[in-house]
Ligand binder design. Structure first.
Ligand code: SF4
Length: 351
């Protein structure tokens, strides 16, 4: 039996059919997720093998080989705070992506296929237990947060994404609280509403959502994100307003800062006006050039100017550090050029 894609309850039920007691099933489940050990004959080790590990300073990118010759890409990102380091795992929900964002390396691949819940959870398991850790000489990293910001649009693969979150948050398994899991989306409103319903269930009420805004208006956003033709910003913000947000929490609005595209002072002012009245953090992500990029990365001065202006406008704003750029592990840089466009699935634009 593959435990990766199942919650404890599902495992117990499946094990019962094999004549395995609840107690033994629960012990095997905890062993597999917490210590990466399992001696029960009915448990299969379905972990895909680690294919590559690339390190850029403290950022670790790894790929898992899937049975069909494709591979997942994930990144373990160090977060430094108060002299301590914690690690965030960025997982992929698909191989490639159909959304076609112009600034993103993954978009160059097209969508090859969606991942199963098991393949998503496998990325956590590998990061937690099996990826070589050169910093302590062992294997695996303690993972504090999980972000669905790797390859793929999570709302394009929601059944598997939601099931993976159920498993990741299972107290008896990975036990990553929903409050430490963030799903990032280009803003498909139907998907946001489904996620919102999921986030009203017990145990998932603190699930976080991040929206890739990236532009002050539909015209500029449409130039870099084709999905905007089907989902204008106003409609997405409307869906986000219905999110069952905790009083103390705030949405994360991601803004990939691209010189000459969306970084002018008037773009900053227009973005801040757009977000007025929404409890949110504007997270400015300096553009990481993809292969054959028509745009360069912004300079420190350009980033500081945009962030400073947003703060002066009264918008809570922070910049995201650039990590892993040399290993093509930074935000927007995931994607294997060798399997690019093996099967291209065009963007689905409705309406
Ligand atoms: S930014 Fe995200 S949604 Fe857009 S193409 Fe890249 S992976 Fe897909």
């Amino acid at each position: 039996m593959d435990l990766l894609g199942n919650t404890l309850q599902e495992t117990v039920e499946a094990a019962k059919a094999l004549g395995v007691s609840r107690h033994r099933a629960a012990a095997a489940y905890a062993d597999f997720f917490r210590t990466d050990r399992c001696t029960e004959p009915w448990v299969e080790d379905c972990m895909p093998p680690i294919r590559t590990t690339t390190i850029d300073e403290e950022t670790v990118k790894f790929t898992l080989s899937l049975g069909d010759g494709l591979e997942t890409e994930s990144v373990i990102i160090p977060m430094h705070r108060d002299g301590r380091v914690t690690r965030t795992l960025c997982v992929s929900s698909q191989i490639g992506c159909a959304m076609g964002c112009g600034f993103c390396e993954t978009a160059q691949m097209g969508l090859l296929r969606s991942l199963t819940a098991s393949e998503i959870v496998a990325q956590w398991h590998a990061a937690r237990h099996r990826v070589d850790n050169p910093f302590d000489g062992g294997r695996g990293f303690p993972i504090k947060n999980i972000v669905f910001m790797g390859m793929g649009e999570p709302t394009d693969n929601l059944p598997a994404v939601l099931q993976s979150i159920r498993v990741l948050a299972d107290h008896h398994g990975p036990a990553v609280p929903a409050s430490r899991i963030t799903v990032s989306t280009v803003g498909r409103t139907e998907g946001i509403r489904t996620l919102a319903r999921f986030a009203t269930a017990r145990g998932f009420r603190k699930l976080n959502i991040a929206f890739s805004l990236n532009a002050p208006n539909d015209r500029i956003r449409g130039e870099i994100m084709p999905i905007t033709r089907a989902e204008p910003i106003a409609r997405i913000l409307g869906a986000l307003r219905d999110w069952p947000i905790q009083r103390s929490a705030a949405f994360c609005m991601e803004y990939v800062l691209i010189p000459g595209v969306n970084d002018a002072p008037e773009h900053c002012d227009e973005t801040c006006a757009l977000l007025k009245g929404i409890l949110c953090s504007l997270n400015v992500i300096p553009y990481n050039p993809r292969r054959e990029s028509p745009w360069r990365a912004p300079t420190e001065e350009e980033i500081t100017a945009f962030v400073t202006r947003a703060i002066a406008n009264g918008q809570f704003c922070k910049r995201r550090g650039t990590k892993g750029r040399n290993a093509m592990a930074a935000c927007g840089q995931l994607g294997n050029a060798n399997i690019r466009r093996r099967t291209f699935v065009p963007v689905r634009i409705a309406g």
